[in-house]
Design a protein around this ligand. Structure first.
Ligand SMILES: CC(=O)SCCNC(=O)CCNC(=O)[C@H](O)C(C)(C)COP(=O)(O)OP(=O)(O)OC[C@H]1O[C@@H](n2cnc3c(N)ncnc32)[C@H](O)[C@@H]1OP(=O)(O)O
Ligand SMILES: CC(C)C(=O)C(=O)O
Length: 495
């Protein structure tokens, strides 16, 4: 038996023998210590001193959508093996405008010619409606700031110049080689340079992101942010966006929410600051982080339409917005033809959306399993009956169909793929496919009888059975038989 070392907040290093059941494990949990080298990692509480305070986010509800800012054309784009060419950028931008986004990060003009030229295109041609704010991104370097400011000259839309610098200790020490004091001076210098070059452009506002906010000492990040808002003279009429990224997710979402609420309460000039978040998804909890951050005081959320971005991606705005829709809150973005949106996003990113991706995946409104199908079939029938009874159109009527969190029709989808049959299915699903596909209504006895036949078939093939195959099997079962079963065929009513 080998010995491994684990960490916990109470005892940072404890030796535990791999393969052993922990001494304090209850009888119902006989999981054994693994060989995973988890002792190499520390939780956020060992990496950062976080202030303790009584948070309020847990008691709040989200009642309106934050300002969504898609960063597909910048953060998403920088993570693609083949960054978007001008045509793909333009197509993606037009899609974002058509969906109703009012603030769009369009690129990193000092990074590449394509990004720069796209910003210039916005200055030359009126492809951005006047109410759409254009955001451009720059690091804290004088030459790159100059190129960025130069790129936005002539744009008539509202413009946000977005400055960033990583503030967390590992980045300060290892990447940038700056002490805390030096970093504050560096950021102040960069912010002053932006103000010098663009302060007199009336359509321009400013944004600052302390990259890796979530691993930065609260005292330091407050000081950097307050320095910037003071220098830029943030006012309610010309507010500054402070964008607090979980650049690499490191903690449970409640920790991020606490960090955001702490900033919300302690930042200077709070009424002149638009508090923004930018979660990534390394732990798979980007959505939860964004939602809790909004509860904690965030007013603006940056993400990518279906969560593209470095590593595991940026937070997925479609999921966030449709989560609101599913709770009766207007998402303020139009997803009424989600499959068309997906086609454009897939073409532009050259990355496919997963079939289980919330709301948009091919399989997310589909049930294969019998009891789910039975409940959906009954639920859809009840929904239609309620619509007929009340005279309220089906698409307007309150939705309460089991296993379908929202009506697929809201997203422009049909009910065709809602039920698919394989060996996990039951009579309800089979009956649904025959009814909706071919107008064949089986009575209960026939359903039971036919389900056995289908079960035998799907168990033997191990595959899904299509509606067409189901119909052929139905014909073979009920009409192709000798007289004894003709009764059954007669009982099946063809509508
Ligand atoms: C979390 C994020 O999404 S941050 C955005 C990341 N996006 C990108 O990097 C995509 C676009 N980037 C680029 O095209 C290039 O990196 C450029 C044009 C910005 C800079 O290119 P280069 O001059 O070749 O530098 P390089 O790419 O090696 O970047 C490293 C340098 O940037 C510095 N740096 C990193 N972040 C910042 C910042 N926010 N402000 C100023 N300097 C920074 C590093 O300290 C390092 O400086 P050093 O060379 O003196 O050690
Ligand atoms: C710098 C910010 C906005 C960012 O892209 C990140 O931290 O991921």
């Amino acid at each position: 038996m080998t010995t491994r070392t684990t960490s916990s907040s109470a005892h940072p290093t404890i030796s535990t023998p791999a393969g052993d059941v922990p001494a304090d494990a209850p009888a119902w949990n006989r999981q054994r210590h693994s060989q995973m080298p988890s002792h190499r990692y520390r939780d956020v509480f060992h990496r950062l001193e976080l202030p303790e305070f009584s948070h309020g986010w847990a008691d709040r509800r989200i009642t309106r959508a934050p300002l969504w800012v898609p960063v597909d054309l910048r953060d998403g784009n920088q993570a693609l093996a083949e960054p978007m060419d001008p045509a793909r950028k333009r197509r993606f931008f037009d899609l974002l405008v058509a969906m109703g986004y009012k603030e769009i990060e369009v690129g990193y003009p000092s990074a590449s010619r394509t990004d720069h030229d796209f910003v210039r295109l916005l200055a030359r041609e009126r492809i951005a409606p006047p109410d759409v704010t254009v955001v451009v991104f720059t690091p804290a370097r004088a030459d790159l700031i100059a190129r960025t400011v130069e790129s936005v000259r002539g744009i008539r839309n509202p413009v946000v110049i977005h400055l960033y610098m990583a503030t967390a200790p590992a980045w300060r020490d290892t990447v940038l080689g700056l002490t805390r004091r030096q970093q504050i001076d560096h950021v102040r210098g960069a912010a002053a340079e932006i103000l010098r070059l663009a302060g007199d452009l009336e359509n321009v506002r400013f944004q600052f992101s302390p990259e890796v906010f979530n691993l930065t000492e609260p005292g330091h990040v407050i000081e950097v942010c307050d320095t910037v808002t003071e220098l830029w003279q943030a006012t309610p009429d010309r507010p500054v966006v402070l964008n607090l990224p979980a650049t690499v997710e490191v903690a449970t979402p409640n920790v991020y929410a606490d960090q955001i609420e702490y900033m919300h309460r302690h930042l200077d000039r709070r009424d002149s600051v638009i508090l923004s978040v930018h979660p990534h998804n390394d732990r798979g909890t980007g959505i939860a982080c964004a939602e809790l951050a909004v509860l904690a005081g965030a007013q603006r959320v940056e993400g990518c339409v279906f969560g593209n971005g470095e590593r595991t991606g940026n937070v997925d705005i479609a999921t966030l917005a449709l989560n609101l829709h599913a709770q009766g809150v207007d998402p303020m973005i139009d997803f009424s033809d989600i499959d068309e949106i997906r086609r454009v996003v897939e073409d532009c990113n050259r990355i496919e959306v997963h079939p289980r991706h919330p709301y948009v995946g091919d399989l997310v409104h589909t049930a294969f399993s019998g009891t789910h199908q039975d409940a959906i079939r009954k639920g859809l029938a009840a929904h239609r009956a309620r619509a007929a009874e009340t005279g309220v159109p089906e698409g307007e009527l309150a939705w309460d169909v089991p296993y379908l969190p929202i009506d697929p029709a809201d997203l422009g989808r049909s009910y065709e793929a809602v039920i698919r049959v394989n060996s996990q299915s039951g009579k309800g699903g089979i009956a649904y496919l025959l009814e909706t596909g071919f107008g064949i209504a089986l009575d209960r006895q026939q359903q039971i009888e036919f389900a056995r036949v289908v079960q035998e078939h799907t168990d033997t093939t191990g595959r899904e059975i299509t509606a067409e195959e189901l119909r052929a099997l139905y014909t073979e079962t009920f009409t192709g038989r000798s007289s004894g079963s003709a009764d059954s065929a007669d009982r099946a009513c063809m509508k």
